[in-house]
Design a protein around this ligand. Sequence first.
Ligand code: PLP
Length: 395
Amino acid sequence: MTALAIDGGRPVRDTLLPYGHQSIDEDDVRAVVAVLRGDWLTTGPTVSAFEEAFAAGVGAHHAVAVSNGTAALHAAVFAAGVGPGDDVITTPMTFAASANCVLYQGGTPVFVDVQPDTLNIAPEKIEAAITPKTRAIIPVDYTGQPADLDEINVLAAKHHLTIIEDAAHALGATYRQRRIGTLATMTTFSLHPVKHITTGEGGIITTDDPALARRLRMFRNHGITSEARERQEKGGWFYEMTALGYNYRLTDLQCALGLSQLKKLDGWLARRRAIAARYNAAFGELAEIEIPTVRADREPAWHLYVIRLNLERLRVGRAAVFRALRAENIGVNVHYIPVPWHPYYQELGYRKGQWPVAEAAYERMISLPMFHGMTDRDVGDVIEAVRKVIEAYRR
Ligand SMILES: *Cc1c(COP(=O)(O)O)cnc(C)c1O
């Protein structure tokens, strides 16, 4: 057997394969340059064109573009009317932004544990956590597999709650034949380079509710009720700031990139699904690895591919497997450290041990490289490196 790179052997690859990466082509470059030569660098017609194309793509009535996915969540929490004294339920198995957005508006995140197979928030545990203070639920479509949205919508209707779906992982996913972006009160997406399409930094919120869309637009522009372009077109000067908003605008340059990227989304989703299928076939045979569970009624968008180690079958822990894979030049990662474990949340009084399913899963998980630009060779390298490391460490 060849020696592991961590023990001085030759790595499977000579260069590091990242866990996620954008794809940019000459059409993208031309689209951005064309905007640079035009009149509007921000809050111009390309922003509206991108919003319209995005909304049409997911089948929503409205889309509001903002400066990043975290701003999208913040705007949605604002539009939902969350404030001090309000609780908002979310999952611990996510990026910190899914909960931070509640703190920004003075609300309190309440973390509800996940299901052991999908690691999406468990609807039956949500019901037990609802109190008169609960205002909203932020389900996250973990790794790109939609959460149990029908069950969550039933709970929301029963208890008059707003649903803000954090679909940062799930652009292009479907749930019971319906597209993500239309299945919650508001759905937020991130356009960061590791996500499905990118604008450098960027975020977008979809909703079918015109009043919410108006509030979102106001919030991204300081809480002002009209935009500069509208005033220029109408020839007026008067405007009013009616709420404490932020400058969360996305530029026309970025929206030009977004429009160009959007055209390639379907092909990229197909590529991610093909990579996931290859991983499933390769790792499904290894008793040391648990591959992702996919529910039959939903098609994930495969933002991440997360394996869980069956540690009782290995001589070493997750950290050693992780280091060995990095030494083979496979850019593995971990998604996620449970949010309430972070020091900031610990100082707020959240205590470890309250989300046993998420916490146990965290100790065993590793994210493998997953992005649409991976070549067949890249995918083969990941499979070879995982097999090599598992064989070396198997009991
Ligand atoms: C990426 C991500 C965000 C934040 O998006 P940014 O564009 O980086 O601000 C929020 N939630 C989840 C689950 C994410 O993965």
